[in-house]
Design a binder for this molecule. Sequence first.
Ligand SMILES: C[S@@+](CC[C@H](N)C(=O)[O-])C[C@H]1O[C@@H](n2cnc3c(N)ncnc32)[C@H](O)[C@@H]1O
Length: 265
Amino acid sequence: MSENKYVFTDTQLNSELERLRLLEKVCDPLSKRLILATGITTGWQCLEVGAGAGSIVRSMSEIVGSSGRVIAVDIDTRFIEDISLPNVEIIRDDIRNPNLSLTKNSFDLIHVRNVLIHLADFRVALSRILNLLKPGGWLVVEEPDFSATRAIYGNKQDCQAVDRVNQAIRQMFSDRDLNYSLGVLLPSMFQQLGLQIHTVENDVPIVNGGSNVATMMNMSATQLREKYLATGKASEEDIKNYCQFAEDSSFWAIYVATVGVVGQH
Ligand SMILES: C[S@@+](CC[C@H](N)C(=O)[O-])C[C@H]1O[C@@H](n2cnc3c(N)ncnc32)[C@H](O)[C@@H]1O
């Protein structure tokens, strides 16, 4: 198991919760659409891997009802410990742990979002996840693609500064042996694992400053500032400009793309 620390591990509790809630606002519409496309219904056994602030756990819990169950596995359960729903169980563990207390072939649906990109050995994680799916069970994975990021409209110097920070983000992932464009690999990975692919979606929002996506990336830049600087690709001034750009409604950019894949075991 790769020992690389999750990049947001040392972030402040309140600002990390705020960032995760914003992430949910940005990502939940696509996730809910993909999850509903599986035919999820009452009685299903579901697993949420890396639950973050838990919006998808709550949503699946409501759909599967009292005859179903949702298990959330996360290495950091600080933001989901307050969930007290009778059909939800929270497990604080690493999804790659071979001794994870979950039964093989027991889930109808497993959802994973923005987790594998943080794991150098994402293939190990994916094979463990696959072992947990029932034959005929559904896997929904959504991961970012940071190769799509770029400033689109703003003054030339600001756009250049934004793109240097985009380079720093990519370098931060590469320096940790992480694949910053993991999202685009998902369809081929599903195919190689023998999953039947039902849906592939690539969400590439073009947004302006002040939007939820821009604000979320601004928060990430504030939290990960030292890590961006350590790459040598962006300066303090670049990060300051990036954060200002993200607040200005006349500046437009692609900050991140998300690839979502739905497959059946
Ligand atoms: C970027 S957050 C995404 C949260 C949520 N999936 C979402 O998209 O809103 C990544 C989450 O994965 C969890 N995580 C990271 N590595 C993990 C691992 N090896 N096993 C289980 N959870 C992990 C983190 O603690 C965090 O809650």
